[in-house]
Design a protein around this ligand. Sequence first.
Ligand code: NAD
Length: 507
Amino acid sequence: MGSTATKPAALHHWIAGRADRGSSTRSGPVYDPASGNVIATLPYASEADVDRAVRAAARAAEGWAAMAPSGRARVLRRYLALLADSAEAVAAHITREQGKALDEAREELQCGLEALEAACGVSPLLEGRFSQGIGSDVDCYSLRQPLGIVAGVTPFDDPLMVPLWMYPLALACGNAFLLKPSERVPSAALLAADLLHAAGLPPGLLSVVNGDRETVEHLIAHPGIAAISFVGSTPAARGVYARGIAAGKRVQALGGAKNHAVVLPDADLSAAADCIVAAAYRAAGQRCTAVSVAVAVGEIADDFVAALVDRAQRLTVGRGLAPGTDVGPVTTGASRRCLELAIEAGVREGAKLVLDGRYDASERGFFVGPTVLDGVRPGMTVYDDELFGPVLAVVRVDSFDEALALIDANPFGNGAALFTRDGGAARAFQRRVGVGTVAINVACPTPIALHSFGGWKASLFGDLQIHGEDGVAFYTRTKVVTARWPARPQPGRLAADGSSPAAVLTR
Ligand code: NAD
């Protein structure tokens, strides 16, 4: 499946409204996962580059914050139109670096557009509360004001959508934003920044500073940045949260996931298998909402595993840009090796490999096909670790309560799904399950952007989820004003308390 190498492109940052090569000597490769070739080199932003972006943001932030929310929304609506018009080019950028099938890249773009559209309509959520006449000539009201400059750090799996969860809402709330996209898949964010400026965003309000962990540390340490939105793996999220809070910043840090889908004996097995296979293998399982554990309850387990394997083995693995591909490669060579080792460990630890997606070592692309391991239990590597690839673990349990206890004991709490025909079981599941995103007879979708999104336990550090009302709360702070404006006495008029003007003047 490999292809011939071409000269790597030289990528850039986006600072103060234009492409910028930065001042650092540090850089890293960007790969085409389908061939294993390096297709670009990416400069990693230095402390000075981050500082330049912060200064540009500070110059622009005051005017932007003072603009009416409707004026900011107009810029975002023009951006929405430009991004939708550029859908094919953006999707191709995503697929080239991330690996996912082109249709999945289009779907990612669509979800990102929905988040952007929600940000365009955020004005009502920015309104405060007004308490009239709480004392003599006194009103009390609250204002929501932007934080100033906010930074976002994003992962490699959805390189357009996850940044779109953040910066449109932050901008709509009146902030300036510095985005540090994943160093493995930077181009979609750069192209989007270009389009946002073409839509009329004043320079400096959105910068893209590329880099790795070291660049993130510069963002955390910069005193001009008020808050950090982070999405990535749990160890990184936990560290960014702790260091960001210690630096006096507001932080929301969304971490990893191990999403379980529970299938009760009364479920429509065929529909459940369709959903779970799509959720396990779409984007090669590299989605925070991917289902990585199927929990088969009771006597249906054999039939259900057969249904899963039947569907999974019919998926076409191939280059993301090739027509007909269902499952593209995983994004990095390191991820391919980790998945191969985890499958090997699963077998060694007693799981049954009923579908093996491993490729021959001679394959240069980062391919791992749909894999199913049956008889998995907590304590096995394939259960305990977030594998973030097309490997589905099947755990067999005897009862609904045992399935819930399994999910409860798992350190992650991003999402969980239930498949059943029993409404009472569904209601009990949604009430009792300890995760942030619940799915009933669908497999763990990201909720539409009017709702907030984020996990519980080790899947989210911080108090507020991303987008929706929580997102607005995160990107704004509240100011409460108590104001007295005594009525000015005018000749011939009664004062507010009914006394004559003369009485008022002598008070
Ligand atoms: P990652 O943690 O390796 O990297 C995420 C971002 O953080 C990147 O921009 C990276 O440069 C930076 N980074 C990496 N290590 C860091 C560190 N130690 N300190 C500071 N910054 C660091 O994650 P990834 O491999 O790019 O993405 C996959 C992970 O993201 C998975 O764990 C997945 O579950 C998670 N994810 C979660 C959600 C969610 O909504 N909870 C959504 C998408 C992805």
